[in-house]
Design a protein around this ligand. Structure first.
Ligand code: SF4
Ligand code: SF4
Ligand code: SF4
Length: 208
């Protein structure tokens, strides 16, 4: 499958977190001990063992609390800044696959991790000193190449996550933005293989 995409419609997300669990299951990522921080948001951050998570954006609107749920993960940029940084040291350490996936390979271990971490504008990759690897969402390229849907998309029952040909996904995203009204916007843009429909541009200040 070539040039695929995941389209995330924030307005349909209920924060059930089935996508977080499905990602851990498929990729055999270990659970992490967390604690009550006075927020429903859990875990508190991405890590080497947590490749997607729901960020809870809490705002006061018309004297009422409003929640938006942002499914944070690698954007699978096209082109990816992390790959440009890696190429300066070891060619092939980071690959932009034909599916659209940005994949970190074992060759990355030969590069100072800070070079990769600091190159990502979205603060996504996480370094594990135990394995000396850097981890993030891999787009489920193994599933995609076997004709399967990414595990997180498969687990999402509300339609907040959709997967398919990038051109088709962009059409869906722009249609949805038109329905959501003049404050809605595409994030981060079209030069990515993962993109979001934000119901309100005001959310941009929370997600960066
Ligand atoms: S979001 Fe960051 S880690 Fe993911 S492809 Fe883009 S630059 Fe690389
Ligand atoms: S695409 Fe795969 S690796 Fe990426 S967040 Fe979804 S389940 Fe995890
Ligand atoms: S599975 Fe779907 S509805 Fe549930 S948290 Fe993930 S994106 Fe939102």
């Amino acid at each position: 499958m070539n040039n695929m995409a995941i389209f995330i419609d924030i307005s349909k997300c209920t924060a059930c977190r089935a996508c977080q669990v499905a990602c851990k299951n498929w990729n055999q990522l270990k659970a992490e001990q967390t604690e009550n921080r006075g927020s429903h948001e859990n875990p508190p951050d991405l890590s080497a063992h947590t490749w997607n998570r729901i960020r809870w954006v809490e705002e006061l609107k018309n004297r009422k609390i409003s929640w938006s749920f942002f499914n944070d993960r690698c954007r699978h940029c096209d082109p990816p800044d992390c790959k440009d940084a890696a190429d300066e040291f070891v060619k092939g350490a980071i690959i932009k696959d034909k599916t659209g996936a940005v994949i970190f390979t074992e060759k990355i271990k030969a590069i100072d991790p800070d070079e990769i971490l600091s190159a990502c504008p979205y603060d996504i990759p996480r370094y594990d000193p135990e394995t000396r690897m850097i981890y993030k969402c891999n787009f489920c390229f193994d599933r995609i190449n076997a004709g399967l849907t990414p595990a997180c998309v498969k687990a999402c029952s509300t339609g907040a996550l959709q997967f398919g040909d990038k051109t088709k996904m962009l059409h869906l995203a722009h249609d949805r933005i038109s329905q959501l009204g003049k404050n809605a916007t595409l994030y981060p843009g079209e030069d990515y293989n993962i993109f979001w429909a934000l119901p309100d541009k005001a959310l941009l200040k929370h997600i960066g």
